[in-house]
Each structure stands twice: as structure tokens, then as C-alpha cells.
Design a protein around this ligand. Structure first.
Ligand code: 57M
Length: 359
């Protein structure tokens, strides 16, 4: 938006042409979000501490976590404004995809905020009732999917990674499919957010990957060369992904072990839903299984654990789910679990790039 204003007043100045480039604006949006998070981080952490927005710790969790009681939560209140501001500064304001994703940031952020607020104000770890939280997620996700579905240019074909000639048309079936991706990603990131930096680093990796996919899909030359669907306008999503990467890095500065702040549901529900939405908008839906592989792995560990627990009347596959707790209880120090999980996330994201060539 900001760069459009520059044009308005100085359209004849040739160096301003650099602002036309998505790559240049992506760098600027990531730096803007990074600086906002780094500069305002200490202030927000002080405010959250003063307002006693401290984490309640469940007593049935790994014992090491009890020392985390009182760590300020709701750090998403730093991440989300940084993303929105940096995005609005550097994107083309006429791009509808951007507004759709900004809506997701705000809507899912508001649901998470309500959940966190109830937890900290009532001083227990329950928050919104799970049914209510899920219902809000479905409503938000459905709105997004319906807007996309009824857009005349939106394509309901599904691209199958590694198979360039297989792309079934899901028709109306695309609606529940995309909804599952958005709501599923939101919950999977939320489940993963249980150790310092465990969710934000794989999110940075995932958004950096989608930054590349969006750029390639939004450019007619690269899309044709790679035989991926050409999606006019989707290149701007790179600028937004840049803001997500920058804000994530800025937040990681404070969330790195030992964390000075947690992102809270306001961060995790929103960033997860944004990841799902970006996967849908860039038509790289199934690639999310690799790009966000760590989140899938964490969510599956919970599904299997809960199912097995119910079927067997109380027996477990893992010492505790989500699976990061299993390794903690096996005696791995927290930083070791975190860094090893990051390594897995990075390898999976790198593998996702092979889908561009192996087809
Ligand atoms: C929320 N929240 C963290 C923080 C963060 C169905 C069941 C598996 C659900 C699951 C659950 O409730 N998950 C969602 C996970 C919590 O973090 C807060 O929540 C926000 C994210 N939503 O931003 O505000 C705790 O995680 C730790 N943390 C860090 N560093 C961070 O940067 O150390 C978070 C961020 C924080 C802090 O300790 O308090 C959480 O883990 O609660 N439930 C569980 O995860 C529980 N699992 C469980 O009950 N498993 C059972 C099966 C049968 C369901 C089993 O395996 O036996 C565990 N979680 C905890 N204690 N804390 C077990 C008990």
C-alpha cells in the first residue's frame, strides 16, 4: 500500500520501479515485520507481565514444565499486528487474496484471543469450550472457502504431487476438503505449540517454502516451465509470506529456549489457519503434508494416542501425546527435542521442493 502512495506522488522517478518487484517487496515486508517484533517485543512482554497474562501450567504434564508457570502468554498479540502492518505496507492493496488471508489472521486470532483471555482471566488452563472453539474455526474456514469457491476464476482441481497428469476435479467436494485443511492446520499448529520455539520455527520454514511456491505459481514463465498451475495475482502471497517469516523470526528471538513469552492460542490458531489458507490459495494443498509435516506428525500422534487410549480403556502408545512430550518423558532435554524436531521440519520442507521437478 505504502509503495502505491510513493507512485502516486513520484510516478516519474525511475528508481521507484524496484517497488514493482515482488521479490523486493517480499524482502521489505519480512524486514518490516522482523523489526516491529524485535522493537516492540520487550514492551509487549513487559505489558503482558504487568497485566499478569501468565501461563497456567497443567499439573499432569511433564514435571519440567512447572517451572514455566507465569511465563507471559498471548505473544500472538505481537506477531499478528506485525504481520498485518508489514503486509499492508508492501502488498498491492487491490489484491483480493491478500485481504482473504488478512481476514484469516484476524478472525482466527480473535478466536484464539478469546480462548487465551478466558484462561488467564479465570486462571485455569481450560479456556473456550472445545466445541465452541471448533465451531468458530469451522465458521471462519467455511467463509474463506466459500469466497474462494464462488470466485469465477478459482479452480477446484486438485494437483497431486509427483503426478503432473493427474488432477481430479473435486467440484463441490473442494469445499469440505479445503475446510479440513484450514481447520486441521490451525489445530495441528496449536497442538505442536508445547515447547519453546517448537511451533514457530517449523512455521517459519513452512511460510518460507510457500513464499517460493506462491512466487512460482504467480509467474507465468516459471509456472509454465515447471508445469504447475499459473495463478494470476497469487505472487503477492509471497510478500505476505515474507511478513510471516519476518514476524516469526522476530518472535523466535523471545520465544527461544528458555522462552520469555509464549504465542498463546491467539498466535497458534491464527498462524495454523493462515498456513492452511496459503496452501489452498496457492493450489499446493497436498504438498502441505510435507511442508507442514511436523504438524501432521504431532496431530497424528494425538489421534492415535487418544483412539488407542479409548479402545483399550487407558493404555497408551506414547508416554504422552503430543509426541514432543513422549521424548521429554524419555529424558531428552527440552532443547534437544526442539532442535531435532526443527531438523525434521527442515528436511521435510526441502523434500517438498522435489515435487516441483519430480512429476
Ligand atoms: C494446547 N498447550 C500447551 C501456550 C501456547 C487432546 C489433547 C492431546 C490436547 C492437548 C492440548 O490441549 N493441546 C493444545 C497445548 C501449553 O502452551 C500454551 O498453549 C499455547 C498453544 N495453544 O502458546 O500458551 C504449554 O506448553 C508449554 N509451552 C512451552 N513453550 C512454548 O513456547 O513450554 C508452550 C509454548 C505451556 C508450556 O508448558 O503451558 C500444553 O502442552 O498444554 N493436550 C495436551 O497437550 C496434553 N496431553 C494429554 O493430555 N495427552 C494424553 C492423551 C490421552 C490425550 C496422554 O498422552 O496421556 C498434555 N499437555 C500438558 N500437560 N501441558 C499433557 C498434560
Amino acid at each position: 500500500m505504502l509503495y502505491k502512495l510513493f507512485y502516486y506522488f513520484h510516478a516519474d522517478v525511475s528508481w521507484l520501479n524496484v517497488f514493482r518487484y515482488i521479490t523486493f517487496r517480499t524482502i521489505l515486508s519480512s524486514l518490516t515485520a522482523l523489526v516491529i517484533c524485535l522493537v516492540f517485543g520487550p514492551w509487549i512482554i513487559r505489558k503482558l507481565r504487568a497485566m499478569q497474562v501468565g501461563q497456567q501450567i497443567r499439573e499432569d504434564g511433564p514435571p519440567d514444565h512447572l517451572s514455566k508457570a507465569g511465563t507471559p502468554t498471548m505473544g500472538g498479540c505481537l506477531i499478528l499486528p506485525a504481520i498485518v502492518l508489514a503486509t499492508l505496507f508492501w502488498v498491492d492493496p487491490l489484491n483480493a487474496y491478500i485481504w482473504l488471508v488478512v481476514f484469516v489472521v484476524i478472525f482466527f486470532g480473535a478466536v484464539g484471543f478469546a480462548d487465551d483471555y478466558l484462561k488467564v482471566s479465570k486462571k485455569n488452563s481450560r479456556g473456550l469450550r472445545p466445541g465452541a472453539k471448533f465451531a468458530f474455526q469451522v465458521v471462519g474456514g467455511l467463509l474463506v472457502v466459500l469466497i474462494l469457491y464462488f470466485h469465477p476464476e478459482f479452480d477446484t482441481h486438485l494437483n497431486i504431487p509427483f503426478f503432473k497428469n493427474v488432477s481430479p476435479d473435486l467440484g463441490m467436494g473442494y469445499i469440505p476438503f479445503a475446510l479440513f485443511i484450514i481447520v486441521g492446520a490451525s489445530n495441528a499448529v496449536n497442538l505442536t505449540d508445547g515447547l519453546d520455539g517448537l511451533a514457530i520455527s517449523p512455521l517459519i520454514v513452512a511460510f518460507a517454502s510457500y513464499l517460493v511456491f506462491a512466487y512460482l505459481a504467480g509467474n507465468v514463465k516459471t509456472a509454465t516451465y515447471l508445469q504447475i498451475p499459473y495463478l494470476p495475482g497469487v505472487g503477492e502471497i509471497s510478500v505476505l509470506c515474507g511478513a510471516l517469516v519476518g514476524a516469526g523470526l522476530g518472535f523466535l528471538w523471545y520465544n527461544a529456549y528458555p522462552a520469555e513469552v509464549f504465542m498463546g492460542d491467539v498466535g497458534s490458531l491464527s498462524l495454523g489457519a493462515v498456513l492452511g489458507t496459503v496452501a489452498v490459495v496457492t493450489k499446493h494443498e497436498l504438498v502441505l503434508i510435507l511442508v507442514g509435516g511436523l504438524f501432521v506428525f504431532e496431530a497424528l500422534s494425538v489421534i492415535f494416542q487418544v483412539a488407542y487410549f479409548k479402545l483399550t480403556g487407558g493404555q497408551r502408545i506414547f508416554r504422552m501425546a503430543p509426541i514432543h512430550h513422549h521424548f521429554e518423558l524419555k529424558g531428552w532435554p527440552e532443547p534437544k527435542v526442539i532442535v531435532r524436531f526443527w531438523i525434521v521440519a527442515i528436511i521435510l520442507a526441502l523434500l517438498s521442493f522435489s515435487t516441483l521437478k519430480l512429476r
